[in-house]
Write a protein that binds this ligand. Structure first.
Ligand code: BES
Ligand code: ZN
Ligand code: ZN
Length: 492
């Protein structure tokens, strides 16, 4: 799919996309030509039950021009933050009409901005994100089953500036694609070592890659992470990705991800119905990898480390048992009462390792950590837990801006106590009913050692069963746009 930015339409094969509000305020030149047919455009619109509402559209030929009119509701409700979503919706509409080539008349959005090249580039981003497909294993696909759209001409006066801006935003789309590809792959293809291989591809962007194999992890004392992987024939891995684009002496930002390439639950085996979902239990690690891709390819002026813990959680003769006690790298011991609460064990060691080695400005971890977060928030918001109000606020605001929304949950001593153990320093689940996502976060908090930290529980938002404006069904890459924006707005 080609995306071009142009100052005028110079091709009459293109289907023009024109945005119209609830006021049915059609562009005057089109309105004039349409009248020559004997109908006014509002009359035609009403004939097609088009009222300019969001989600409505109709097609019409005016003179020699094929037009698709797309409703945008009230113009006063629109701002730049909505533009990617409009782009995504428009892409879906164009595909529904089986359009091959299109011209998007950006000015008809009518968003008041001196920088409408920014609007054009953000619109392109939305289109690109929505156009993602993962069909490499569909060998029998007929051409008519595939979307036709292959040329998008985005038309605006400042097309050169828009093109430049798009170059920056394209790095976001590329990072999202990296994440979605990783998360979409089946677990016989993506397992710790093959995931590690994919990380090496970031080297060409200037990211330093370093790998801890099991021997090194043993030497470091990462008994919590190793315990999770010990029932798998696949070796576990920790991958450390460093990108130094900021000033020499400034502490890096750290992003960490849970990378359970498949979570059977281990000996605390999950029920078989729905177990296939657990291929996306490496979603946090996928987001960190995609984010590093984005930051490095847009040459962000910031120092960042990405650390991901890659394991497969399998039941086996060598698997850990409920009631095993493991030694974490921090020195704290953990009684593993449920082998299905494995993500926190993986994160415990990489959180400790990261703060100990890098002394980062903050640590933000992403993890498909608990089913309970989906009970609370569904698939709309991700859960936010933090020991630092300032960091939490920045994350919340950025979530609203990017529509990768976060909702903060409480932490506190009363919850912390719930994971005290009779036999070890802590246990990996609470014995009490309720607050499952919070006690999981309390567990992580015991491994951050006063570093400003936030935990994003992305279990509900990593995979979507229905098409969203910016993501077709499947892997969403929730977090890449959010954290890229956080870095850009506050740390560059
Ligand atoms: N990977 C799961 C959480 C999950 C559930 C992710 C649904 C995505 C969708 C996690 O490892 C897990 O199994 N958590 C348990 C914790 C429990 C044993 C305390 C859960 O949520 O049931
Ligand atoms: Zn689990
Ligand atoms: Zn899991």
């Amino acid at each position: 799919m080609k995306i071009l930015f142009e100052s005028s339409i110079n091709n009459d094969e293109l289907t023009n996309v024109v945005f119209v509000s609830e006021k049915l305020d059609f562009p005057s030149d089109l309105a004039k030509s349409a009248t020559s047919n004997g109908f006014s455009l509002p009359q035609v619109a009403k004939h097609f039950s088009f009222h300019g509402k969001k989600g409505e559209s109709f097609t019409y030929i005016i003179g020699k021009t094929f037009c698709i009119f797309i409703g945008i509701g009230k113009r006063s409700d629109l701002n730049i933050n909505h533009v990617p979503m409009l782009g995504g919706k428009t892409l879906a509409t164009l595909n529904a009409y089986k359009v091959h080539k299109t011209a998007i008349l950006i000015d008809t959005l009518g968003i008041n901005s001196s920088e409408n090249y920014d609007i054009a580039a953000n619109f392109a981003l939305g289109m690109k994100l929505r156009s993602y497909r993962f069909d490499k294993y569909k060998t029998q696909q007929k051409p008519e089953d595939k979307p036709k759209l292959n040329e998008i001409h985005i038309v605006l006066e400042h097309s050169k500036e828009a093109q430049k801006e798009w170059k920056k935003l394209e790095a976001i789309a590329d990072g999202v694609t990296v994440t979605r590809n990783l998360v979409s792959e089946p677990p016989n293809v993506i397992y710790p070592e093959s995931f590690e291989k994919k990380c090496w591809e970031l080297e060409k962007l200037g990211v330093e890659i370093e790998v801890l194999d099991e021997e090194k992890m043993h030497a470091l004392g990462m008994g919590a992470l190793l315990g999770v992987g010990q029932g798998s024939v696949r070796e576990s891995r920790v991958v450390i990705m460093q990108y130094w684009g900021g000033s020499k002496n400034s502490a890096p930002l750290a992003f960490l991800g849970k990378g359970v390439t498949f979570d059977t639950g281990g000996i605390s085996l999950k029920p078989s119905g729905g177990m296939e979902d657990m291929k996306y239990d490496m979603g946090g690690a996928g987001v960190v990898t995609g984010l590093m891709h984005t930051l490095a390819s847009r040459k962000a002026k910031v120092n960042v480390v990405g650390v991901i813990g890659l394991v497969e959680n399998m039941p086996d003769g060598n698997a850990q048992r409920p009631s095993d006690v493991v030694h974490s790298m921090s020195g704290q011991t953990i009684e593993v009462l449920n082998t299905d609460a494995e993500g926190r064990l993986v994160l415990a060691d990489i959180l400790w390792y990261t703060q100990d080695r890098f002394k980062p400005e903050f640590m933000i971890n992403l993890a498909t950590l608990t089913g309970a977060i989906t009970i609370a928030l569904g698939s709309i918001y991700a859960g936010l837990f933090s020991n630092d109000d300032e960091l939490a606020e920045k994350l919340y605001d950025t979530g609203m801006k990017t529509s990768e929304k976060l909702w903060r949950f409480p932490l506190g001593d009363e919850y912390d106590r719930m994971i005290n153990s009779e036999v070890a320093d802590m246990q990996n689940i609470s014995n009490e009913k309720g607050a499952g996502s919070i006690t999981a976060a309390q567990f992580l908090k015991r491994f951050v050692n006063d570093t400003p930290w936030a935990h994003l529980d992305i279990a509900g938002v990593t995979w979507t069963r229905k098409d969203l404006d910016l993501s077709p069904k499947g892997a969403t890459a929730f977090g890449v746009r959010l954290l890229n924006q956080l870095v850009e707005d506050y740390y560059e």
